[in-house]
Design a protein around this ligand. Structure first.
Ligand SMILES: Cc1cc2nc3c(=O)[nH]c(=O)nc-3n(C[C@H](O)[C@H](O)[C@H](O)COP(=O)(O)OP(=O)(O)OC[C@H]3O[C@@H](n4cnc5c(N)ncnc54)[C@H](O)[C@@H]3O)c2cc1C
Ligand code: FES
Ligand code: FES
Length: 496
């Protein structure tokens, strides 16, 4: 068996004797690469960001920033990463480091390596287009688009990086003055080559094992045979459990590189999304095709988290406050579960309506020998959709309440309504009584006010550190009124 090793800044480094639960951050720092910092160890601050070589649709590579504090280092076997040390040195700064220094974008410097890596990911993004290069008359205005620089830099790329002392304007200034990579830049040249292939891994250290199965059948066989096996995809939930709650698993099974879990197909009657495709990849490939999800993605954690987090992981936790279940419930989605066929050589799939998937607090119909292979969203989509996430911060926060609406309004009458709720009961749920109160009624303020009163009483909201039960009920109530106002404003704009 070849050595288990990770390529860091162009140099192969073996993982000898590293504990099975070790994170990439701990391993990097223990290896002397202390550029990546630990601010929180739970994916909140971005001080640990590093670049991971990931495959692109055209067979090349992208430099994708991820949180090193959450990724198990064994998940990087055979993979390639770049840390702040690999971008440039004090004698030969990388353009992102140079711009950060020139703009005064670093004071204590603790956050700077992470910012540099997130910024470098955006610097090398193949479809980053300077606004001057587009037709300025038709394109977005460089002054009035609050989320992009004139160089096409997407500010959301920094949404997972926090700085406690510099203030964000100099950092933004640095990002907005970045040019384009030179043709002889080695990290730019690397993008034309394929990303490393997934590598089957089986490592056991001190009785704890990390396995990356070579195939879906092998993954399912492990699930069937090993009752202690724990699946891990992006590890954005599991990494927090390991770091903050000290959880350890005797057997971790990494599934995020299984090709069957990374598909995305759009057919006439259904969109199917692989359970282990990172959310940012889903966002890119759908390109607004499902407006409800297009509204959800920017509100889900940060870009750093979305670069690893998956639908499978969000549904796999069974959490009542995950953001994708309300949206997927409104979209009438189903979950495709896979298990090993009798005889052990094939895969059995079963499809479960998401509305029947959750059975109790963090409990689902998924059996221990099953994994989520995909989610399926039926087409056509409802014509009026909205996703409302009520949280303490606009970005990078967990929902207190999430409400997703999918309505069909035809000739002023509501002909269809599905409403998904999160954060108001032990499970995500459909607001069935509200749906019934809307269907067949005229879409006007009388109907909406009556239905909003019903929506206020859906679920069994509880009080916790995020919000009181009264606040949660009130937020449900106002969400429908807000949707109604948005549709009225929109129709006025269309007729004006
Ligand atoms: C800073 C931060 C911010 C966050 N913000 C949000 C947010 O705004 N909204 C939100 O909803 N969540 C948020 N999360 C939680 C997390 O990012 C999501 O739940 C994410 O979707 C998990 O995906 P993952 O692939 O990383 O899961 P993992 O951590 O790999 O796995 C999570 C669980 O799901 C199981 N699992 C994974 N894949 C599968 C599969 N295919 N089949 C069956 N089981 C599976 C695993 O066994 C594990 O129990 C945040 C997390 C962090 C650290
Ligand atoms: S250390 Fe804070 S996100 Fe990793
Ligand atoms: S420069 Fe000090 S935390 Fe950002």
């Amino acid at each position: 068996m070849p050595d288990i090793a990770v390529t860091v800044n162009g140099q192969q480094r073996p993982l000898v004797g590293t504990p099975a639960h070790a994170t990439a951050l701990d391993w990097l720092r223990d290896s002397g690469l202390s550029g990546s910092k630990e601010g929180c160890a739970e994916g909140e601050c971005g001080a640990c960001a590093m670049l991971l070589a990931t495959p692109t649709a055209d067979g090349g590579t992208a430099w994708t920033p991820v949180n090193a504090c959450l990724v198990p280092v064994y998940a990087l076997d055979g993979q390639e990463v770049v840390t702040a040390e690999g971008l440039g040195s004090p004698e030969d700064l990388h353009p992102v480091q140079e711009k950060l220094a020139e703009a005064g974008g670093s004071q204590c410097g603790y956050c700077t390596p992470g910012f540099a890596c997130s910024m470098a990911g955006e610097y090398y993004r193949a479809d980053r287009t300077p606004i001057e290069a587009t037709d300025a008359a038709d394109g977005p205005c460089p002054v009035h688009d609050p989320e992009h620089g004139p160089n096409g830099f997407d500010l959301h790329a920094l949404s997972g990086n926090l700085c406690r002392c510099t203030g964000y304007r100099p950092i933004r200034d640095a990002a907005y003055t970045l040019g384009s990579p030179e043709a002889d830049d080695p990290l730019q040249q690397r993008l034309a080559q394929p990303a490393p292939e997934p590598v089957a891994t089986d490592a056991e250290v001190d009785g704890a094992r990390f396995v990356r199965p070579a195939s879906l059948v092998e993954a399912l066989r492990i699930l069937q045979e090993e009752k202690d096996a724990l699946l891990v995809a992006g590890s954005t939930d599991w990494g927090v459990e390991v770091n903050i709650r000290g959880r350890r698993a005797p057997l971790v099974v990494a599934i995020e590189q299984l090709p069957e879990l990374r598909t995305l197909t759009i057919e006439d009657a259904v969109v199917e999304i692989g359970a282990a495709l990172p959310l940012s990849e889903v966002e890119k490939r759908l390109d607004g095709r499902i407006p409800l999800l297009a509204q959800l993605f920017p509100q889900f954690a940060s870009r750093l988290i979305r670069n690893r987090g998956t639908f499978g992981g969000n549904l796999g936790t069974g959490s009542p406050i995950g953001d994708t279940p309300p949206a997927l419930l409104a979209l009438r989605a189903s979950v495709v579960l896979a298990s090993l066929a009798e005889g052990g050589s094939g895969v059995v799939l079963r499809e479960v309506d998401l509305a029947d998937y959750f059975t109790g607090y963090r409990q689902t119909v998924k059996r221990a020998d099953e994994l989520i292979r995909a989610i399926r969203i039926p087409l056509p989509l409802a014509t009026t959709t909205a996703f409302h996430k009520i949280a303490k911060r606009r970005f990078d926060d967990i929902s207190s309440v999430a409400v997703a609406f999918a309505l069909d309004i035809d000739g002023g009458i509501v002909t269809g309504a599905t409403i998904g709720l999160g954060g108001v009961a032990a499970t995500p749920l459909r607001a069935r009584a509200t749906e019934d109160a809307l269907i067949g009624k005229p879409w006007n303020i009388v109907t909406v006010k009556a239905a909003a009163e019903i929506l206020r009483g859906e679920g069994t909201p509880m009080s916790d550190h995020r919000a009181s039960s009264e606040y949660r009920s009130l937020m449900l109530n106002t969400a429908l009124l807000k949707l109604y106002s948005a549709t009225v404003i929109e129709s006025k704009e269309v007729s004006a």
